[in-house]
Design a protein around this ligand. Structure first.
Ligand SMILES: [Zn+2]
Ligand SMILES: [Zn+2]
Length: 390
């Protein structure tokens, strides 16, 4: 499979560069979606467009089992600052997370599998989703909408990859269990009467209340959550007041909460409201606005095991780097809650320079493209065979 992927290397690079030069923001992936649909159809693969607004689903083969492979297609509102011939041609928009490479690799998988003379029986579903990075006005991401619209119905397993710009190019990271966190944001308004700075005793001061509230919020992780469970709470902004001798009548703060399991996620929410009761005890009040974000991603141990074994067989055991779960969020989570699934990380370090995701200097090594393509295709074939036996 690796040889076959290497043989289409030029094509993989051409697709990736074409998409990189024409990045599109979340739920605006019209050109990318058209390129995907046209390319699939040219391979003889039926393509359904307009799924989850701008997503595309390709169907190869029929019957069961059904294995899904997912790629995300959206770019970010960032001005690219990397002088390469394939740099973004759209000012202020850039593929700074590698979703261009994900899309190119999934097209490569479609080509390898569609040209495979003895492909295992069953259906392969190519899930090109829009908007991984952003939620629309109804608080839904591309992955959520793909699941809602039935693109994953009947799937026996679903797999995906994500490039990692800080890991060496010939390395793979795959873990079982939680790999990314759930993510919820909050906005708190603390209120008091405010007043004259010289006469604090005549009213209630929300900045004093704030000091106690911050303690109470940071006490949640330390004192109210099981120490063996992953959780993080961070306050990201605090705004109050405008003059040195005026006690303001409100303080506004925002922050984010992260966790792996749903019980801890719910507990964080309850404890946050409880911590804010400090404001009332001190004579003030609070308003808590809560915005739920992505759920956590759970890698199914059996599917992750197939990926690990295929990596060893294709590239040798040395290709496996110890995986590191993180408290970042990923909307592949909704797919892993619909069907047993797993995502692996594909090392794709461009050069010695640090090129973090979501920054203007982000880039990946294109020599990772055939590696990711081969592994996705190989794992898909193994999953088809495995589920056919059941
Ligand atoms: Zn991203
Ligand atoms: Zn990403």
């Amino acid at each position: 499979m690796l040889d076959k992927a290497k043989a289409i290397n030029e094509q993989l690079i051409a697709w990736r560069r074409d998409i990189h030069m024409h990045p599109e923001l979340s739920f605006q992936e019209q050109r990318t979606g058209r390129l995907v649909a046209d390319t699939l159809e040219a391979m003889g693969i039926e393509a359904q467009t307009g799924v989850a607004k701008t997503g595309v689903v390709g169907f190869l083969g029929e019957g069961s089992p059904v294995i899904g492979i997912r790629a995300d297609m959206d770019a970010l509102p960032i001005q690219e600052n990397h002088d390469v011939p394939y740099a973004s041609q759209t000012p202020g928009v850039m593929h700074a997370c590698g979703h261009d490479a994900h899309t190119a690799m999934l097209l490569g998988v479609a080509r390898l599998l569609s040209e495979m003379p003895n492909r295992p029986a069953g259906q392969v579903r190519f899930l090109f989703q829009p908007s991984e990075e952003w939620l629309d006005s109804e608080h839904k991401s591309g992955g959520m909408r793909m699941v809602e619209e039935g693109a994953l119905d009947g799937l026996d397993a679903v797999i995906a990859l994500h490039v990692a710009s800080d890991a060496p190019t010939d390395r793979i990271m795959i873990d079982s269990g939680y790999i990314t966190a759930s993510e919820d944001s909050f906005r708190i308004t603390l209120t008091g009467t405010g007043g004259h700075g010289a006469y604090p005793h005549q009213g209630t001061d929300p900045t004093f209340i704030l000091a106690q509230v911050i303690n109470a919020i940071h006490g949640i992780r330390a004192r109210r959550i099981d120490p063996t469970k992953a959780a993080a709470i961070s306050i990201g902004s605090i705004h109050a007041g405008s003059a040195s001798n005026v006690i303001p009548n409100k303080v506004e703060l925002t922050g984010t909460m992260r966790s792996f399991d749903d019980k801890t996620r719910e507990k964080l929410k309850v404890e946050l409201a409880q911590a804010l009761e400090v404001a009332r005890a001190l004579g003030g009040d609070f308003i808590l606005e809560f915005t739920p974000g992505y759920a956590s991603t759970y890698n199914d141990p059996a599917v992750a095991g197939v990926i690990r074994q295929a990596t060893e067989d294709l590239f040798g055991a040395a290709a496996l780097l110890p995986p590191e779960a993180g408290m970042g969020a990923e909307d592949f989570s909704y797919m892993t809650r619909k069907a047993p699934g797993a995502m692996f990380m594909l090392g794709a370090k461009y050069d010695a320079v640090n090129r973090p995701h979501h920054t203007p200097v982000f880039d990946i090594s294109e020599s990772a493209l055939p590696i990711g393509t081969a592994l996705l295709a190989e794992v898909t074939c193994r999953l088809l065979r495995q589920h056919a036996q059941k």
